[in-house]
Design a protein around this ligand. Structure first.
Ligand code: SAM
Ligand code: SF4
Length: 356
């Protein structure tokens, strides 16, 4: 069994597929433009959402994290109302991740006011000044600064997530200092861990060994031991992060539940990727909507054969497992830059730092 409903401690929400930027390695971007297969929409407060986020379920959760695969929560017009409803249902903490280069200072001030004492805002900013726009394509530095200042004035918890690339590694100290002056509670320097598997897109990992992805070295060891990464993915022991380390489910902007953000990603990835091939097989095997909160309660979804037995069984069988599981949760390769794993370097700037 993946998890019982009573074991879930948090929900990750890919609230929308809308965004104002075109970060080159984001799943919503393809060859510099919006992925043409991606429908642009956001999660509405529907009857299914109303049932899913029941007061009992909200009270049991430590937090809901708005950050997923395809969009920026601040780009969704329904965000403030959605947040208000979750808070009214007794949710303790809401964490929202955004590029910060959209909306107005007034809008951010309102959101900060809503979340003060009940959440945190994470700004994803990969550089100081114009350097940020090298990866955050289309962002506007002055707008980001004005939005951060307005948010900080509300007293809400603030975190800066900074992906350290070669082109911005010289700004680490400058970013840390600026973060202090702007009133951030934390700054998280993240190693660009995906680059070890997809070294293209013109972005390079930093030279500084402290921030270089740990998994580059792991990849050489894997190739020596297994012959290839694909063989490793099939054979490695799986330690499911969201089942064992952070008991949670992922809800996407179409209202479908997945164990994690990585298994929820494939619907709009290129058809030839192994993840999409796996997802297509899975879709043909199960009935449509088996994981939809519009059709089923959370208890029904988690009791479905996919969650109740097939997923865990697939981890024990090298021919049946999903590529995503072996790649993301294999025990010898740190694919993610999740906090508390090796590709995340969190620094606390102010005493009270986080509710996640
Ligand atoms: C798709 S974004 C959605 C949330 C929001 N739009 C943002 O950018 O923070 C989800 C997470 O992916 C991260 N991300 C984007 N490109 C990345 C990359 N090349 N490597 C690792 N994480 C990346 C973002 O910084 C963010 O933390
Ligand atoms: S800001 Fe976030 S959602 Fe938007 S393109 Fe960049 S990574 Fe993707």
């Amino acid at each position: 069994m993946y998890l019982q409903p009573s074991q879930i401690r948090h929900v990750q929400l890919d609230f929308t597929s809308k965004c104002n930027l075109l970060c080159p390695a984001c799943a919503r971007v393809e060859r510099g433009a919006v992925n043409p297969r991606l429908p642009l929409s956001e999660l509405e407060w529907s009857p299914g959402v109303d049932r899913f986020f029941s007061p009992e379920f909200c009270a049991q959760l430590d937090y809901v994290l708005f950050s997923g695969n395809y969009g920026d929560a601040a780009a969704a017009s329904g965000l403030p109302q959605f947040v208000e409803r979750l808070l009214a249902r007794g949710l303790k903490c809401i964490s929202i991740s955004s590029n910060g280069s959209l909306r107005t200072p007034e809008w951010w001030s309102d959101l900060g006011g809503q979340l003060k004492g009940r959440g945190q805002i994470i700004f994803s900013i990969d550089g100081v000044g114009d350097v940020n726009a090298r990866y955050r394509v289309g962002s506007n530095w002055e707008k980001i600064l004005a939005n951060i200042r307005a948010t900080a004035q509300t007293g809400v918890l603030l975190r800066w997530d900074f992906i350290v690339f070669r082109h911005n590694e010289h700004q680490i100290e400058e970013a840390r200092e600026l973060a202090r002056r702007l009133g951030f509670n934390q700054i998280n320097f993240r190693s660009p861990s995906r680059l070890s598997l997809q070294p293209s897109m013109g972005f390079e990992p930093p030279f500084n060994p402290q921030y270089a992805p740990q998994n580059a070295q792991q990849l050489s060891q894997i190739q020596a031991k297994y012959g290839s990464f694909e063989q490793y993915v099939k054979q490695t022991r799986i330690h499911c992060k969201t089942q064992l380390d952070h008991p949670s489910v992922f809800l996407d902007f179409r209202g479908e539940i997945w164990p994690c953000t990585w298994l929820g990603a494939p619907p709009y990835l290129p058809a030839e990727s192994q993840q999409s091939i796996d997802l297509e097989k899975l879709r043909r095997y199960y009935e449509p909507g088996f994981n939809s909160i519009e059709k089923h309660s959370l208890a029904e979804i988690l009791a479905h054969p996919f969650f109740a037995q097939d997923l865990e069984q697939s981890w024990r069988n090298s021919d049946q497992r999903l590529f995503t599981c072996g790649r993301t949760c294999g025990e010898n390769f740190d694919y993610t830059c999740l906090i508390r794993y090796s590709n995340s370097h969190m620094e606390t700037l102010k005493a009270r730092s986080s509710c996640t």
